[in-house]
Design a protein around this ligand. Structure first.
Ligand code: ZN
Ligand code: ZN
Ligand code: FE
Length: 756
């Protein structure tokens, strides 16, 4: 049979993940000659052999690819035969535009773990063990191409043994950029509060474990930043952490040594177990189990724990000693600031919180919080997309110009579009503090550099005062302002590869509207090209603006005033408060901006029905209101009127509030009130959407906005709309909260470029 020679190019995540050695082994296995090399486009192969073998080889390239590789497009074409000396593995051929992808950080792999726990191995208990199948990537790479001198491992020179592995194509560590060992790599040290060195290497580790067992708070440097760790079974210790961190009640994430331990603490569905053990190792929100054995202080008043499994080798050491069964592992920051990444910075910023610091000398280039996911509407969905996921691109249906979306003010992410891919950053967080703003700028620079994207358009929020808006306007690139809820709609469409138009039910806390009121309970019609506000919750005064968000009783009072005027019903919650001041404020409209926010409606109903009067963390009132409802909605909801006004359908918040007030006066249990309230919302939005379909002949509905983290509402409304024959689109790769705004902005920007 005559031979053929094929030129093959492979795109996708194929660099720094052991792909070339894999190609090399496959070529040998299929009896092919030729070569493989990294190029700026991915991996280039020339292979020569019989046609049948070449075909099998191509199939194997996709099917057998190493675990971290994500094989994108494979192109091939026959070329003239040539003389080869077997199959050769070449180094990088660097030139031209770079389109190969940097992988997210990945949990330590099974093969490395086996060595890690093997007393005979030279990396026995070495916390920085890694290979081409695992280890840090996104958080240590400083620029491209992804080579050791371009990472924070630059300062460590490989010893002879490590270098041999690095150079050997048959080795698992061939070109593993962070490759190292106890002789040549980073080391641990334990440092006291005042910066004094207490212990080093393995001794630092055992001392840290001893201190954790004694109830101390240890700041632990991990992959994407510092954690504050404390024994999760020690209530006093957890309370102390809460006090010092200024975090009264918000649930804290817990790390347990293995899946069996997780099963003792939570009732886990199969999908949740898969998420827990996945390479990304996110925090998984799952239902608490009776007799879980953790301190109540970990997640007080919450029916779920945020669980995760160890992902850095160091975590295994902290937990597998068996001394501590479960560790609270919460982001090493002061509330709402980004996670600490530098040793000195951590000792400074976390002093007064941590009793000691478990440090190491592998620098973290970019902060990356733990990701958070949860099982909702039949799928594991993102709540905070960060370490382990970013910067993995999200595939788009279409290609277009390079555009940057700078995201929302809170839960900020940024997103760069290039070709048919969207590169969404890790969770950056709150842009109201300077640290957050610094990481925001750094992340834009990093993503742009890694993927060689220089945007021709920057898209920002409509709000003129946001730091992100001002940053965008300082750049020498054209800008576009986009309404927050329009971005929600466009993001969900883009993730689902849908063009629209769609009916978007967008329910959240806050978004600046073009009418300068605060939006947040919207039914929009449209797509990336534009939108129309079809329906909205009534806009009611928010006494004190942001201050009211912290004090839901004020909102309850304001909404009752809107519903009843001065003739307020007498409800038990009012007794505890100075109602007169707030009522005067709303009557005179002093510092009381109007809002159609659905989040605020939840707050009001929670406060009226005896729930949270003052919240300790975001959405606490709404979350607790959902929890008391139990697992299912009653058939009958509170009645909610809808009326036409200014070419819009207005959903009468006032009629809902009156129904809730009557129920409270009639002595209805809060659980029942909650179910009827949820059911009422489902019914009224289903009705409005039905009307939109009748008028506009649109059958696709998008559900987006942070309120949809409420699983009762998401699942209840989703099911109701599907029964009515709608195509219902939900977020799949990005959170429904403001973490998706940057993608929505960017795709709207792209649509605008196309129009021009
Ligand atoms: Zn490994
Ligand atoms: Zn070494
Ligand atoms: Fe939002």
């Amino acid at each position: 049979m005559p031979s053929e020679r094929w030129k093959i190019s492979v795109g996708g995540i194929v660099q720094g993940v052991g792909f070339r050695p894999f190609v090399y082994r496959q070529a040998l296995a299929h009896g092919l000659a030729g070569f493989v090399a990294n190029t700026s486009e991915g991996v280039a192969i020339e292979a020569q052999g019989q046609a049948r073998q070449l075909e099998d080889f191509l199939v194997a390239l996709r099917k057998e690819a190493p675990p971290l590789a994500q094989v994108g497009k494979i192109r091939f074409a026959p070329i003239p035969l040539s003389q080869d000396d077997g199959f050769v593995l070449h180094h990088s051929v660097a030139s031209g535009p770079v389109s190969t992808l940097i992988s997210p950080d990945v949990a330590v792999c099974e093969a490395c773990l086996a060595e890690f726990f093997d007393p005979a191995d030279r990396r026995f208990r070495y916390p920085f063990i890694n290979c081409t199948n695992c280890g840090p990537r996104y958080t240590i790479v400083q620029r491209i191409p992804y080579d050791r001198p371009h990472t924070t491992m630059r300062g460590f020179t490989m010893c002879a043994a490590c270098q041999r592995e690095y150079d050997d194509p048959s080795n698992r560590r061939f070109h593993a950029q962070p490759n190292c060992c106890p002789d040549c790599g980073p080391q641990l040290r334990l440092v006291a509060m005042d910066g004094r060195r207490v212990a080093e290497r393995d001794e630092a580790l055992s001392e840290a474990v001893r201190r954790l067992a004694a109830g101390e708070i240890v700041a632990v440097k991990g992959i994407g930043g510092f954690h504050l760790a404390v024994d999760a079974t020690n209530g006093q210790a957890v309370s102390r952490l809460r006090q010092r961190k200024g975090r009264e009640a918000k649930p804290l994430a817990v790390m347990v040594p293995h899946l069996f331990a997780a099963r003792r603490i939570c009732r886990l569905e199969l999908l949740e177990e898969q998420a827990l053990t996945s390479q990304a190792r996110p925090i998984v929100l799952a239902a608490k189990k009776e007799g879980h054995g953790l301190a109540e202080e970990v997640a007080p008043g919450y029916d779920q724990f945020g669980l995760m499994l160890p992902y850095a080798p160091l975590h295994f050491l902290l937990l597998q000693e068996g001394v501590v069964r479960a560790l609270v592992m919460t982001s090493g920051n002061r509330s709402e600031e980004p996670i600490c990444i530098e040793n000195n910075e951590a000792v400074q910023r976390l002093s007064g919180i941590a009793d000691c610091f478990l440090l190491h000398d592998r620098d973290i280039h970019l902060p990356c919080d733990d990701s958070v996911v949860g099982l909702q509407a039949g799928m594991i969905r993102q709540i905070r997309r960060s370490r382990g996921f970013a910067p993995k691109p999200i595939g788009l249906a279409e290609t277009g110009g390079m555009v940057l979306g700078v995201g929302a003010e809170l839960k900020n992410t940024v997103c760069l579009l290039k070709g048919d891919q969207a590169f969404c950053s890790q969770h950056i967080g709150d842009l109201k503090n300077l640290e957050g703003y610094r990481v925001f700028q750094q992340s834009i620079g990093q993503l742009g550099a890694l993927f060689e994207i220089s945007p021709t358009l920057i898209v920002h929020d409509l709000h003129p005062q946001y730091l992100s808006t001002r940053w965008a306007q300082e750049q020498s690139v054209p800008t576009l302002a986009v309404q927050h809820h329009h971005a929600h709609l466009a993001a969900c469409l883009a993730e689902n590869h849908q063009d629209g138009p769609a009916i978007g039910i967008i329910l959240d806390g806050t978004g600046y509207g073009p009418d300068q009121t605060i939006w947040g309970g919207e039914v929009l019609l449209g797509d990336a090209r534009g939108y129309q506000r079809f329906s909205t919750l009534e806009s009611l005064p928010l006494p004190g603006g942001d201050a009211a968000v912290q004090a839901p009783w004020r909102i309850a009072l304001s909404y009752l005033h809107a519903a009843y005027g001065t003739d307020l019903p007498d409800l038990p919650f009012m007794e505890a408060h100075e109602c007169g001041v707030i009522l005067t404020m709303v009557q005179k409209r002093v510092n009381s901006p109007l809002t159609s926010s659905c989040g605020r409606l939840f707050d009001a109903v929670a406060a009226m029905s005896g729930g949270r009067q003052i919240i300790q963390y975001e959405a606490q009132g709404a979350i607790e209101l959902m929890q008391v409802a139990g697992d299912r909605l009653d058939e009958e909801g509170f009645p909610c009127e809808v009326y036409a006004e200014n070419d819009m359908l207005k959903i009468s918040v006032r009629s809902l509030i009156r129904a809730v007030a009557q129920a409270v006066q009639a002595g209805m249990a809060q659980s029942e009130i909650s179910r009827r309230f949820h059911a009422g919302l489902v019914a009224v939005f289903a009705r409005v959407v039905e009307e939109a379909r009748r008028r506009e002949k649109i059958n696709t509905v998008v559900l987006s906005g942070g309120v949809f983290q409420n699983r009762l509402l998401l699942e209840g409304l989703g099911a109701s709309l599907e029964r009515a024959g709608f195509q219902v689109l939900l977020h799949k790769e990005l959170p429904c909260n403001d973490g998706c705004i940057s993608l929505g902005q960017a795709v709207i920007g792209r649509a605008a470029l196309k129009k021009r």
